[in-house]
Design a protein around this ligand. Structure first.
Ligand SMILES: C[S@@+](CC[C@H](N)C(=O)[O-])C[C@H]1O[C@@H](n2cnc3c(N)ncnc32)[C@H](O)[C@@H]1O
Length: 396
């Protein structure tokens, strides 16, 4: 995740010998593949390997990287930060599920399964609507195993509702969730050289060290119009994989609502000249750094989301844009402060922790403003899902 505001920028922490061995093995695989590809690899392929290469990639080798502050975690996400994220979402989902006669929740990239478990507990406690099925869709086998352990700790009546999908069915219905999934999808990189945009990829020196290398873009590449705003020398991201994922989701979600939470901007803001260095970031041990080739597989690599591109891809696939707003506005509209008040009244020692968590979720300089919610749907009567403060018009 990106909490540039609250994370220190520093050199990444030294790896232990086991980590070093894994990273060296991954670097060898990357170098071999670059050789097979003729000496150059797109950054998206590098990022795919660094994050998801079986046994060696960041999410494949280290399921403990997500979690609460401290310990072995590298960053913290909204559901891990505060139980009120799930509590607030539960009220919205229960209303939608009951009103629209939907029977499933489908969560992409569920991480530690914290959101899934908290949501199921909240929904069961309220007793208004509980999904017959809570589906988890996860690309990393190691993360899946961590999710399985978390689900086993649920009461049996809730655990039996949780299933994993290996692939998305051609057609499905339900309430779709994704928190910080789009930012974990591989990106291509673009560099504005003096004359034109070129693609920035990865090459390998004789010593095996990885280095940046530019080459012309494939003929017919269609770049977003707002790139015009960026001056010569700029580097930015192209979210081709996330766009493809969104088109697939849109084509297959036959009826339901999708809520995608992540950090990012509409295209015009994304390509503001102040972001001429792009948004690619690496995280290790609650530190942010900007060296994606440092010890491959040992840092998270992430980029901000271009929400205009996501909305366009969703509409291409037939989904309707139901709303777009900041995470703070969304949670406030869904009643987070009422829930906080109710729980502060009963939780004594934990009350201050609850309030501090909500402050992080809503704070303009924390997750409240940088994080956005994109609401999409098909065949449901819930336009204006973002409610007061809807910013859908900014996506065009
Ligand atoms: C930054 S973590 C967020 C985890 C969790 N949602 C949270 O908020 O704590 C990203 C997660 O998405 C998973 N992921 C990445 N791409 C995915 C995809 N295409 N489908 C499903 N999961 C994906 C990663 O393996 C990882 O578990």
């Amino acid at each position: 995740m990106d909490q540039t505001a609250s994370l220190a920028r520093a050199a990444p922490a030294d790896p232990d010998p086991a980590e070093l061995g894994r990273s060296q093995e991954l670097q060898r695989l990357v170098a071999e593949e670059i050789g097979r590809l003729g000496g150059w690899m797109g950054f998206d392929r590098y990022m795919q390997m660094a994050l998801y290469q079986p046994r060696l990639g960041y999410y494949a080798a280290q399921p403990g990287v997500l979690g609460a502050w401290g310990g072995s975690s590298d960053f913290i996400t909204s559901p891990e930060l505060s139980p009120l994220f799930a509590a607030t979402l539960a009220r919205l989902l229960a209303g939608l599920g009951a009103a629209q006669s939907l029977h499933s929740i489908v969560e992409f990239g569920p991480g530690s399964a914290r959101l899934a478990c908290d949501l199921l507990r909240e929904l069961a406690a309220a007793g208004h609507w509980i999904p017959e099925q809570y589906v988890l869709v996860e690309v990393s086998a190691a993360m899946r195993e961590r999710q399985r352990q978390a689900v086993q700790a649920l009461p049996a009546e809730l655990a039996r509702r949780v299933v994993w999908w290996d692939e998305l069915p051609q057609r499905f219905e339900g309430l779709v969730l994704g928190n910080e999934v789009l930012d974990a999808m591989p990106v291509r990189l673009l560099h504005r050289a003096a004359a034109a945009w070129v693609e920035r990829g990865v090459a390998c020196g004789d010593d095996g060290a990885l280095a940046w290398s530019d080459r012309p873009l494939p003929a017919g590449s269609r770049l977003r119009a707002s790139l015009r705003q960026l001056p010569a020398g700029s580097v930015t991201e192209w979210h081709e994989a996330a766009q493809g994922w969104m088109r697939t989701l849109a084509a297959r979600l036959q009826r339901g609502v999708a809520l995608l939470f992540d950090y990012g901007f509409p295209a015009r803001e994304y390509d503001h000249p102040q972001r001429s260095a792009g948004t690619l970031r690496c995280h290790r041990g609650h530190r942010v750094h900007d060296q994606p080739f440092w010890q491959p597989g040992l840092s998270d690599i992430t980029s901000h989301v271009d929400f205009s591109a996501m909305a366009d891809a969703a509409r291409d696939g037939g989904l309707q844009l139901l709303g777009y707003t900041s995470q703070a506005r969304f949670l406030l509209n869904c009643g987070v402060l009422d829930i906080l008040k109710e729980r502060m009244a009963t939780a004594d020692a934990a009350a201050m922790r609850l309030a501090a968590g909500v402050q992080m979720l809503l704070g303009e300089h924390e997750m409240g403003e940088l994080f956005k919610v994109l609401a999409l749907g098909r065949g449901v009567a819930s336009s204006g899902l973002a409610g007061e403060g809807d910013r859908s018009a900014a996506l065009d």
